[in-house]
Each structure stands twice: as C-alpha cells, then as structure tokens.
Write a protein of this length. Structure first.
Lengths: 218, 218
DNA sequence: TGTACATCAGTGAACGCGCGTTCACTGATGTAC
DNA sequence: TGTACATCAGTGAACGCGCGTTCACTGATGTAC
C-alpha cells in the first residue's frame, strides 16, 4: 500500500504531471520574484517543476508567453496589495475624507508592494501594456480591477466628493507618475539605501503633494 | 603615396588601433542608445571597433567595467541635456521667477532626455548608484554637476528666493520622483503611446504640481 | 643617425556556459464498444 | 465489467546561438645606447 502510493507518486512525477501549466507559472513567478523578468527562464522553470525543458511547450508557446503570464500575475498581485490598503480604511461618512484616504491607500499599497516585492514590481512594468492596456481579469485583483483602474476609482471619489470639478485628463498620470517614480527610485535607483522610516516620511510628503495638487486650485 | 597611406591605415586597423578604449566606449554607448543596458556586449563592441573580442581586456577589466563606463556617460549626457534647458532661460532679476523657471528647466530636460534617448536613460538608471553616489566628474555635464546636483542647485534657488524656508529633507525626492516617474511611464510604461502634445501637457501639469508643493504651505 | 631590444596592444584559437527551440519517440490515461 | 484503441502529456537527444573569459602568441612601436 505504502509502496503502491510511493510508486503512484513517482509515476505522476515522471509522466502526467497533473497541472504542469500552473506549476510552471508558479515556478516562473518565484523566479521573477527573486530576479526580475530576466530571471524568468523556460529551462529553470521546467527544472523546478521537475520536468524536461521542452515539456513547457505543451502549455506555453514560447518563453515570452510564459513571461507575459508572469507579468499578468505580478500586476494582479499589485492590485491585491492596493486592495489590501483600501480594505483597512476606517469607515467614514465624509466623502471628502474618504476620497483623500482612498488615494493615499492606493499610493501606499503601490509603493509598499514595490518595496516588498521588487522583482515582481519590475516584472510587472518590464514589457508594458499599451496605454489603455487590456483590462483582462488576469491582471486584476479581487475586486476585478487592475492597478490603474483602482487609481481611477480613487480619483472618481474626488469628483464625487466635489473636491475635483472634472476628471482632468492626466490627473491620474500626475498621481501615478509621482508614486511610480518614488517606487522606482527606491528599488532600482538612488534612493535604494533609504531606511524604512525615511521612506515612509518621503511617501507621506509625496502623497501630500499629490493630494494638494488634485484638490487644490486648478 | 596614396597606397602608402592606405597601407598605414590598414596597419593601424589591425595592430595598434589608436584609441581603442575610446572606440569601445563609443560603440558601447551606441549599443546602449539602441538597446539599453542589455545590449551592451563586449563582443558586439569589439566587433564594431574592428577588433578581436579579447582585445577589450587591455582596456576594460570586464564587461561590467565597460557597462559602468557607459552608465557614467549616460548620466553625463542627461546632465548636459538639463544644462541645455537651464542655459536657454531668459535672464531675469526676479529670484523667485528664476527659481521656478530653473526647476521647470531641470524637469523638462530630464523628461525630454528620457524621450529622446530612452536607451541611454534606461542605462543610466539600470545598476544605480548608492544614495549619495560618487559625485565623480564622469557623470557630470559641462558645469561639473551630475543630474541630482543640478536638481539640488535648482532647489537652492527656491531657498535663496525665500520661496522655501528650509531645504526640507526629501524636497528633492518629491521633485525627482514625480519627474522620474513620468519619464519612466512614458518610455517603458503605460504612457508610451502618448503623443508629443499630450506629453507636454502632462509634463506641464506635473511641473505645476511640484512647483506648488515646493513653494506652497509646507 | 643607426641599431638592439623591451614593451605591450592586438591576434588566434579555444573553453564552458545556459539559453530557446526542434524532432521523433513513448507510454499512461480515458473513452468507445 | 472487460478489452482495444486513440489521444496527447511528457521524454530523450540534439541543434545552433552568442556570450564572457582564458591562454599563449606576435609583431609594431618607442627607447636606450
């Protein structure tokens, strides 16, 4: 019995993996997590899945197809991180306060994800989408919105609260640029050495700046 | 005579290159310009210099040494672009106006360089310096200041003009994050598709935001 | 001014590496009868 | 319930590629006499 089970397990590990597509994707995500998009390799992914290199071609058309799947997963993880920050917002019936807090939550989730998962963050933005991008569910978090859409939803609250007259074209670009730039400079750039406390301070100042820019005189 | 000259030229091209270090660096810069840091390769650089691959080791200890030289050159080119924007500022004796215009010039030079030379821009920030970084002259422009120092100088003018009480720690990080983020999103990210006009509009809005954040109530 | 020689910049050949991708195959699984 | 068979997921071997880097070499250049 025991040996039978072992035999079965051994068989499964050689032939008929079970869910190789998923196993390869998981391995590839780990590779991206540790080493960024460069580290996503068919050979290493198959190695980790305990399978011969060309077995991957049953499930992915090419190395690039696998990488794109990882990118979608990374964007989805970013969306989940942002949603996590939004979810912990205290309830309030002041729509202006909610709007401001939502925007800060989006920015905080964004930068914190970049700090905690720099490899995935880099992968998410490595071979990027077109402007509008495909709003496919693979890139979305639990709410079904991708990171850009989550930012847009936060800005909508500004309009709803009367803090913004109209959704200025490019309002999201301002917010996004500021937050994305900070994230990039922290993980890849000259702000790498910043301590956690200083990082939080800079982030707060940055969010102040964005908030003032959005709700101030325009 | 003519043939003599040809013979001499031919000799020089086989043995004794002349200034192979410089030729390799120039070739490598072209590679980075066209394909980013990934494209900087000893073999291709030597190929372009008309020389055998290992000849590079007379002048650079490794592929990485060459890449670092390219990075310094890319940062210097960025500094020159910023200096170009600063140089075309109209003369004024209003220090506040000068301060604001200087900051905008720095931001404009930064983003325009990223748009015009995306490969060099990506290379400049690919394997980045420590926080303070070595302020070595290789990375500087004509004024002897590197990009970060040029930004700092612009902020100093804010203090001098009385627009900023103190040089807030992290004030440069706000400005830098905003500008760097926009540059990144335009060349690598979801804002790639933006037309030149829209790009300028977003940049102006972004610079407004930064300016207000710096000179506004702190 | 002419010759002997040391220097050292570039040559030529080769190494080992990991990669993506292709081919013909094999044998476990699930289905049709 | 049992058997024949088609499917197709994974195997095994191999390819060509470009890369960084090493070695022993060679011969043009500039210097010392």
């Amino acid at each position: 019995m025991m040996s039978q089970k072992h035999a079965t397990t051994a068989k499964r590990s050689t032939y008929r993996h079970g869910d190789l597509a998923r196993a390869l994707l998981d391995a590839a995500i780990d590779l991206a997590r540790a080493g960024g998009p460069q580290a996503v390799t068919l050979r290493e992914a198959t190695r980790r899945a305990g399978v011969v290199p060309n077995a991957a071609y049953r499930h992915y058309a090419s190395r690039n197809a696998l990488l794109q799947a990882v990118r979608s997963a990374a964007l989805a993880a970013l969306a989940v991180a942002i949603e996590g920050q939004l979810a912990r917002l205290p309830a309030t019936d002041d729509p202006a306060a909610l709007a401001r807090a939502s925007l800060r939550a989006v920015g905080t989730g964004y930068v914190e994800f970049a700090c905690v998962e720099p490899g995935l963050f880099r992968t998410a933005f490595s071979v990027p989408d077109q402007l509008q991008g495909a709003a496919v569910p693979e890139k979305a978090g639990n709410t079904g919105l991708n990171p850009f859409q989550l930012l847009g939803a936060a800005l909508d609250r500004f309009v709803d609260a009367g803090l913004l007259q109209r959704r200025r074209l490019g309002a999201e670009y301002l917010a996004w640029s500021a937050v994305h730039g900070l994230a990039t400079l922290i993980i890849d750039g000259p702000l790498r050495g910043l301590g956690s406390n200083q990082r939080k301070l800079v982030l707060q100042n940055l969010l102040d700046m964005v908030e003032r820019a959005l709700s101030g005189p325009a």
